[in-house]
Design a protein around this ligand. Structure first.
Ligand SMILES: NC(=O)C1=CN([C@@H]2O[C@H](COP(=O)(O)OP(=O)(O)OC[C@H]3O[C@@H](n4cnc5c(N)ncnc54)[C@H](O)[C@@H]3O)[C@@H](O)[C@H]2O)C=CC1
Ligand SMILES: O=C([O-])CC(=O)C(=O)O
Length: 337
């Protein structure tokens, strides 16, 4: 049963990847040897919009590259060891960063800051030097702080383009669709949810009132669904019991977002998905990064959509989100300053 459905999914990866465009792109994965990096590299090898994959890690990337390179798709794959970061970044248009440590039970994403802040800063410094116009997709946590760290690092180097920097919040969107499908009985294809804010606990704000299947959910069922979307990461951390956090669903989400960006870069119109970007939506409150629906286009961020109408419950979720998000962003900026 499993073998049959897995074979079908591999034979027809149409839900994950679109093939409408024809321009192909060189993509780097920094942290390619890790729990996310390995399956993400495999999925990107299957994306017809990727022409070349550059896999880098301080450990194990050449082995992952040798393995993934045998998959019978057109893209080239090269692996780069710890001292070969500059070569790994040569000529890349898109850089995906899942490098850094994951959570263990009892930790918050912010507890990862001390280790991951410098990893992300150093990788961003190299991107600024070798591939200054690349689009950078940040997966490493805490995303609410690591994205401002990358922005400030690029700014310091004089190469920051806000249209080229994305915090990957797609896993929240994937979870929201899946969990809403679970309670509504509909297919996840029909239950997309716009998730705004940031990527941790209370900063994750699902806008269920804007979804035909979500707007009727109320009371305890609503509270439980929102909690599950906000704390889905904890479910996985707990179940893995010390062996890390979400890797496979994150690889899926990372590949999905990368494909959306590549479609936009190829000129496809109407590619819209939430992502954590430099945004003026809440700048008057001192919050200059925010995730909301973003149209992706030839230059990356094409248009940042407003959050739209909120229910009374969502107003309250936003009230809890904004001060925490502000603190996370300021912490990231202060690290680079
Ligand atoms: N944005 C999101 O929705 C999600 C983010 N994450 C985050 O992704 C990150 C990675 O998670 P996992 O893959 O599970 O961790 P992992 O520990 O399995 O892999 C991390 C990889 O990064 C590599 N690495 C460390 N320093 C590096 C450097 N300076 N340059 C290149 N590579 C380096 C390690 O060698 C390792 O292979 C964590 O920070 C985790 O919290 C995880 C799930 C979802
Ligand atoms: O929970 C974690 O630490 C990893 C993560 O960001 C997620 O699964 O959403």
């Amino acid at each position: 049963m499993f073998a049959r459905s897995a074979a079908r999914a591999l034979a027809s990866p149409s839900r994950l990847f679109s093939t409408s465009a024809s321009r192909h792109t060189k993509v780097a994965v920094l942290g390619a040897g890790g729990g996310i990096g390995q399956p993400l590299s495999l999925l990107l090898k299957s994306d017809p919009l990727v022409s070349s994959l550059s896999l880098y890690d301080i450990r194990g990337a050449p082995g992952v590259a040798a393995d993934v390179s045998h998959v019978d798709t057109a893209s080239e794959v090269n692996g780069y060891a710890a001292d070969k970061l500059d070569e790994a970044l040569d000529g890349v248009k898109v850089v995906v960063i899942p490098a850094g440590v994951p959570r263990k039970p009892g930790m918050t994403r912010d507890d990862l800051f001390n280790t991951n802040a410098s990893i992300v800063r150093d990788l961003a410094t190299a991107v600024a030097r070798i591939a200054p116009t690349a689009h950078i997709l940040v997966i490493s946590n805490p995303v609410n702080s690591t994205v401002p760290i990358v922005a400030a690092t690029l700014e310091k180097a004089g190469v920051f383009d806000p249209a080229h920097l994305f915090g990957v919040t797609t896993l929240d969107v994937v979870r929201a669709a899946r969990f809403l499908a679970g309670v509504s009985g509909a297919s996840p294809n029909d239950t997309p949810v716009t998730v705004v804010g940031g990527h941790s606990g209370a900063t994750i704000v699902p806008l269920l009132s804007q979804s035909p299947y979500g707007k009727g959910i109320s009371g305890e069922a609503y509270a439980q669904l929102v909690h599950r979307i906000q704390f889905g990461g904890d479910e996985v951390v707990k179940a893995k019991d010390g062996a890390g956090s979400a890797t496979l669903s994150m690889a899926y989400a990372g590949a999905k977002f990368t494909n959306s960006l590549l479609r936009g870069l190829n000129g496809e119109k109407g590619v819209i998905t939430p992502t954590f970007v430099k945004s003026s939506l809440f700048a008057d409150q001192g919050i200059d990064f925010f995730s909301t629906n973003v149209e992706l286009g030839l230059n990356g961020v094409e248009k940042i959509h407003p959050i739209g109408p909120l229910s009374a419950e969502e107003e309250k979720l936003m009230e809890a989100c904004l001060p925490e998000l502000k603190k996370n962003i300021e912490k990231g900026k202060a690290f680079v300053a």
